[in-house]
Write a protein that binds this ligand. Structure first.
Ligand code: 13P
Ligand code: SF4
Length: 314
């Protein structure tokens, strides 16, 4: 029996669903029931009828699933699959920052721990961050955390001046090199540059389209004006881009040091078929969120899902 067949068999036994993020390995994505961006994955986790969710992604994604579906078992293939962006915002420090600005509405990116979400009024993802900010009255003072690049991007797009931005970042998206992207563009002048908003501003400024992983995928599949794309995000997303648009060419943007492979998210790449099979067999490791934290975090995530649903984003 192949590993994929074993996973399939265990999945039936456990009445489990496998949710995978676009940044995981291609074979992991191919073994999943649903592959999506953070917003779509949260929405699936909230509505699935399975008893068990195997989350092929990173820890904050599994936590989000558990917060939304506390009665379900949420399994992670590897508990060490963390996130440098979530790590850049510790709950104690963020809590002190929030307490120092009590009149501000707190918007946190989904790439945060459950404890940080519990300090938050509304969660957002890169798919809906602009709409979540715009859903608040003009002039409303906002704290946005933890990604400084996404925060500055939203501030520029919405023109909201009254925004305090936490100084966090993702080590993968910070590594992309503007120089190398421009050199690639010079080699392929017809190519369009597609960029995730966690990238630094100079890269955003030279891009043809900026959006979440699902947004980049949709643009690449629907765009009729080019057939070559320079993709400035984690290259795992290329797997679905190639499936959605087989006739097009997708070039992953290189990091500053081309030899380090650090445009790959080392956390997402910890997820393997073997670890997925092991987790389903042993029914561990499981995500646990203390109930008082979970309840407060759930309110902030549900607010995001409600706004997204109202606006037709999910
Ligand atoms: P998406 O919201 O586009 O899925 O991004 C998640 C992420 O981790 C980006 O680094
Ligand atoms: Fe976190 Fe960056 Fe990896 Fe996304 S790519 S999971 S933000 S470390």
């Amino acid at each position: 029996m192949t590993l994929k067949e074993k996973i399939e068999q265990l999945k039936q036994q456990r009445n489990a669903v496998i949710l995978a993020h676009y940044y995981t390995e291609s074979e992991v994505q191919d073994a999943a029931d649903f592959v999506g961006d953070s917003l779509a994955l949260a929405q699936r986790a909230a509505t699935t009828e399975a008893d068990t969710i195997l989350f092929a992604g990173v820890h904050f994604m599994g936590e989000t699933a558990k917060i939304l579906s506390p009665e379900k078992t949420v399994l992670m293939p590897d508990m060490a699959a963390g996130c440098s962006l979530a790590d850049s915002c510790r709950a104690e420090e963020f809590g002190a920052f929030v307490a120092a600005h009590p009149d501000h509405t707190v918007i946190s990116y989904v790439n945060t721990t459950a404890e940080v979400k519990a300090l938050t009024d509304i969660v957002c993802t890169s798919s809906n961050a602009i709409q979540i900010v715009e859903s608040l009255p003009a002039g409303e003072p906002i704290i946005f955390g933890p990604d400084r690049n996404l925060g500055n991007y939203i501030k520029n797009v919405t023109g909201r001046e009254n925004m305090l931005i936490w100084d966090g970042a993702c080590h993968v998206h910070e590594e992309f090199s503007l120089e190398k992207i421009l050199a690639l563009k010079a080699e392929h002048p017809e190519a369009k540059i597609l960029t995730h908003p966690e990238c630094k501003r100079p890269i955003v400024l030279v891009s043809d389209y900026v959006g979440s992983t699902a947004g980049l995928l949709k643009f690449a599949a629907e765009d009729r004006s080019a057939d070559t794309y320079i993709v400035v995000t984690e290259p795992g997303v290329l797997h679905q881009m190639k499936k959605a648009a087989p006739g097009k060419r997708f070039i992953p943007a290189p990091p500053t040091d081309s030899t380090c492979g650090c445009n790959n998210c080392n956390y997402m790449k910890l997820v393997t078929l073997q670890k997925m099979a092991d987790a389903l067999e042993r029914m561990e490791p499981q995500i646990v969120v203390p109930e008082e934290v979970r309840v407060r975090a759930e309110g902030a995530i549900r607010r995001m899902l409600d706004i997204s649903q109202r606006l037709g984003l999910v």
